[in-house]
Design a protein around this ligand. Structure first.
Ligand code: FE2
Length: 385
């Protein structure tokens, strides 16, 4: 089967790399940039040093500091209008997925008329978004520096949609593990599980290929080694670097294969119950991996072993699936991930979203689930995790 890998987005990875952000903007010819972030990143003390590096390079900044989770379309329009009115010639996104997605939306609007929601649609690429964008992730989760799209909430439909950019969606990703040292354990856990979902789901997607598999294998191994360590000791720079690289590999691994059932279920859980993205996507991951084990036993065995599970030689697929499920559950317990029950959700409300999940199409799942399968996945995740 042919394999394709395509990522036009350059990435600079390493401890301390964020200090060169001003020089990099200068290389792009920027004189005044819009800097997009939220109050949490500002309060964590991450924004001010970065603004200092940008100013030291002689570049003016305008701040949009009101990013919201699951950024709504109107907020992206506001950020874009600020950039247009201030005549900026570049954008910087600092933060987790929501800030980086907002910044991608601004990049579109700096070269294309608002509103942003006219550009929604997977594979409906925006062609001439040519103002430079630097993203600086501050969580080890999204891998957004590699992906072509920004996820934005379509408030008309109460659903997330995507705006994709043809060519470089990001002109430079500066991925500096040092910036994650101040992440609280809960955010480390939720964003780390998002990264693990990207890796596991793209690795086992129906559209997976050899490039993706190479990135994903290494990423899952790193997550197995470092996620719990980073959760237990946030100052462990080796663990932070390992998780940041795993997350970045997750972004690369998703290019083409995308994700499948974990994220499909997560999209509807997130929309219905306002759950954080990483939490909603991982909450059924143990059961999803067990569900697909009969068709992908070798891949599921690799996942289990990379995350610390012991799979006996010659174990049948069903046994491999059980071990993989228990191994992922153990990781999630070690990082104290809340489950659907502990979030206070009623089981009947959770099960009621199964038809909505089916409506998503589920085209990348390696096993095409029935409505009964999805209901069972939700019910087991509710009772077991
Ligand atoms: Fe995700």
């Amino acid at each position: 089967m042919p394999s394709i890998f395509s990522s036009p987005n350059p990435t600079l990875f390493g401890v301390g790399t964020s200090r060169v952000i001003g020089d990099k903007l200068k290389e792009f010819g920027c004189q005044k940039v819009l800097v997009v972030y939220d109050q949490g990143v500002k309060e964590a003390g991450i924004v001010d040093p970065l603004l200092g590096y940008i100013h030291a390079a002689g570049i003016e900044t305008v701040s949009f500091d009101r990013v919201l989770p699951d950024p709504p379309d109107w907020l992206v329009d506001e950020a874009g209008m600020l950039g247009i009115n201030e005549k900026v010639d570049g954008v910087v996104g600092i933060g987790g997925g929501s800030s980086l997605d907002t910044a991608k939306g601004v990049k579109v609007l700096l070269s294309n008329p608002p509103p942003i929601n006219q550009y929604f649609g997977r594979f409906k690429g925006v062609k001439n978004a040519d103002k430079p964008l630097i993203v600086v992730p501050t969580t080890a989760g999204t891998g957004s520096e590699h992906t072509p799209g920004g996820t934005i909430t379509d408030t008309r439909r109460n659903a997330k949609d995507v705006v994709e950019i043809v060519g470089r969606s990001v002109d430079l990703g500066i991925v500096d593990p040092e910036l994650t040292l101040s992440l609280p354990p809960r955010v480390t856990a939720i964003t780390g599980m998002d990264a693990l979902c990207h890796l596991v789901e793209s690795f086992t997607s129906k559209w997976s290929n050899r490039f993706c598999e190479t990135f994903a294998r290494e990423g899952i191994t790193l997550a197995g080694k470092y996620l719990v360590r980073a959760y237990r000791d946030g100052s462990d720079l080796e663990a932070r670097e390992g998780m940041m690289f795993a997350a970045s590999l997750g972004g690369m691994s998703m290019l083409g294969p995308l994700c499948h059932l974990g994220h499909d279920i997560g999209r509807r859980l997130g929309a219905n119950f306002k759950m954080a993205h990483g939490l909603s996507c991982c909450t059924c991951l143990p059961q999803v991996v067990e569900f697909i084990a009969p068709v992908l036993p070798d891949k599921v065995k690799l996942i289990a072993e990379a995350l610390g599970g012991m799979v006996p030689e010659g174990a049948p697929p069903k046994e491999i699936g059980r071990i993989a499920r228990e191994t992922i559950q153990k990781v999630m317990k070690a990082i104290e991930m809340p489950n659907l029950k502990s979030l206070g959700l009623a089981k009947k409300d959770v099960l009621a979203i199964a038809p909505e999940i089916m409506e998503l199409g589920l085209v990348t799942a390696p096993v095409t689930p029935t409505l009964a399968d999805i209901t069972t996945l939700l019910e087991r995740a509710y009772e077991e995790n």
